[in-house]
Design a protein around this ligand. Structure first.
Ligand SMILES: Cc1cc2nc3c(=O)[nH]c(=O)nc-3n(C[C@H](O)[C@H](O)[C@H](O)COP(=O)(O)OP(=O)(O)OC[C@H]3O[C@@H](n4cnc5c(N)ncnc54)[C@H](O)[C@@H]3O)c2cc1C
Length: 499
């Protein structure tokens, strides 16, 4: 076997997966058909939950140092702010949106990966693969046309929206391509009312979103209304961008020094199942969204975090394949479905046509935005801290008595503590409301029984009388009463590999 895991595609999702697997000691190969890394800004926003997970990988700090922290997003209609979502109240060590061009995110992830001893193999295109009983054989084509076969235990398609892996799995990519062309422009902007913040303009002609990059540089995205194809249409010029800002924005904003100017189409699609046999899909290969919610890259990177610890536990021979590996598909497919709905809603709100409908939308939106719990809920949704796995087949809610965090919920991050899941071993951590001594000796017995699956360190509990088993990605696996060691043992026993 040449690699335990072959990753196809070195975009942000493939790189995140490679970083996670490499830190857990899994042998990976990661290939990309492109000769060089992309230099395009595309996804700018790295949201709070993604940064929390990157903290575990040890690379959040590097990204944070390179990016720009943005504290709020404003919704503007008719030249007025009708809503403002503050991210400072998000309960996370990263209560902001980190603005970092996708090209930089990829560069920093790749540097981190190189530090873990793995190099991206570029100019290697997956052309086909065969999934056998216990491994996958992939055929890769070099630039000179020569072909190479790689045998791996697992194959993960992180190869983007036009995924060859998805085609090879014969997965249907269900959804729509709305008949609308979008433009993207990187420009210098002067005269903004809230410089350094995100601004989303709702206008009768369509939406206009402004994302800060650094200093006075911004990314402007706008939909250009119905059209059957973006093919043959010219890329926007600076004068087009200025016209959009004048018509759809608050006015008084001047665009200059254009960088990347382009147009694109949006797809809203998803596969139903993220796994078939030894082959998985993650990121845009599994789901694509409207850019209106800026969620695509973040959701994809979180697919990678979810899959990595499960594959690592299986590759290390600590866990059997089920329910972990099918759990990846059911957990992330449900999240993918929710994000599809949320970004679809955001897009359809922004793209309402007709004067009366727009007046009503603006009126209702200003009422909703005026309501503080609604603003907090929106901040939690876009920052992705509200992503949870309430219906996961891996959850065990041993006691209804302890409501939060319930099985499937994200555990609160604690000031000054290393995040659960950091380090080089994927392991479950016990948080128990019993004396340290009792807990430690009981946990030691469990560790003895379940090898490296459970962590001996006992952390403070989340409530009186309860006991929580937390997964390597910081979600609650099991909740039970303090001292119910049989529940913990039964949970770990279900995962542990039979010897
Ligand atoms: C204009 C724009 C703005 C966006 N803004 C945001 C945002 O603010 N926030 C957000 O979260 N998302 C945003 N997105 C979405 C985001 O860019 C994507 O979701 C993200 O790039 C997906 O990452 P990925 O790694 O899954 O796929 P990709 O980035 O597409 O990477 C796939 C890689 O696979 C390689 N590959 C493909 N086929 C093969 C093959 N057969 N063999 C080998 N290699 C192969 C490709 O060369 C590529 O490097 C935006 C997208 C666009 C277009």
């Amino acid at each position: 076997m040449e690699a335990e895991v072959l990753i196809v595609g070195a975009g942000p999702v493939g790189l995140t997966l490679a970083v996670e697997l490499a830190r857990y000691g899994v042998t990976v190969r990661i290939v990309d058909k492109a000769a060089q890394r992309s230099d395009k800004s595309k996804a700018l926003a790295v949201w709070s939950r993604t940064l929390e997970l990157l903290d575990r990988s040890g690379c959040a700090a590097t990204l944070v140092a390179a990016g720009k922290q943005v504290a709020a997003a404003n919704i503007v209609a008719g030249g007025k702010t009708i809503g403002r979502v503050e991210l400072g109240g998000v309960k996370s060590p990263h209560p902001y949106a980190l603005m970092l061009p996708q090209s930089e995110t990829e560069r920093l992830l790749e540097a981190h990966l190189n530090g873990l001893g793995v190099q991206v193999e570029r100019g290697l295109k997956l052309v086909r693969f065969t999934d056998r009983a216990d491994s996958v054989t992939a055929t890769l084509r070099h630039y000179d046309g020569s072909e190479e076969k790689i045998q791996s235990q697992w194959l993960v398609g992180c190869d983007g929206a036009h995924s060859a892996v998805r085609d090879g799995m014969r997965m249907v990519f269900t959804g729509d391509t709305p008949p609308c062309t979008w433009v993207l422009a990187e420009v210098r902007l002067q005269g903004l009312r809230n410089p350094g913040e995100i601004e989303v303009g709702w206008h009768a002609d369509g939406m206009l979103a402004i994302f800060p990059i650094a200093g006075e540089r911004y990314q402007v995205i706008a939909d250009m209304g119905p059209s059957q194809t973006a093919e043959g249409q010219p890329d926007p010029a600076l004068s087009d961008v200025q016209a959009l800002l004048d018509k759809r924005g608050r006015g008084g904003v001047r665009a200059s020094e254009p960088g990347w100017l382009t147009k694109f189409r949006v797809n809203e699609r998803k596969v139903e199942n993220y796994r078939r046999g030894h082959v998985f899909l993650a990121g845009d290969a599994a789901h694509v969204y409207s850019p209106a919610g800026a969620q695509g890259m973040n959701t994809g990177m979180q697919d990678a975090f979810n899959l990595a610890w499960k594959l690592a536990l299986v590759c290390r021979g600590i866990c059997q394949e089920e329910p972990l590996l099918d759990g990846y598909s059911s957990e992330r497919s449900e999240v993918g479905e929710q994000v599809l709905k949320t970004t679809g809603r955001i897009a359809s709100l922004a793209l309402v046509h007709g004067d009366l409908k727009q007046t009503m939308r603006n009126y209702i939106a200003s009422l909703v935005f005026g309501f503080s719990p609604a603003r907090s809920a929106m901040a939690d949704t876009i920052s992705e801290v509200s992503i949870e796995y309430p219906h996961s087949p891996m959850n065990v809610q041993g006691s209804k008595f302890f409501q939060h965090p319930a099985a499937g919920e994200r555990v609160p991050m604690r000031e000054g503590e290393a995040p659960i899941g950091a380090g080089d071993r994927p392991r479950f951590v016990l948080c128990a409301d019993i004396s340290e001594v009792t807990a430690r000796s009981a946990a030691a017995v469990l560790v003895g029984l379940y090898g490296q699956l459970a962590e001996e360190t006992v952390r403070a509990p989340f409530g009186e009388g309860g006991m929580w088993l937390v997964r390597p990605d910081g979600y609650v696996a099991l909740v039970t009463r303090a001292g119910e060691w049989d529940d913990v043992a039964a949970y770990l026993d279900r995962l542990a590999r039979r010897r």
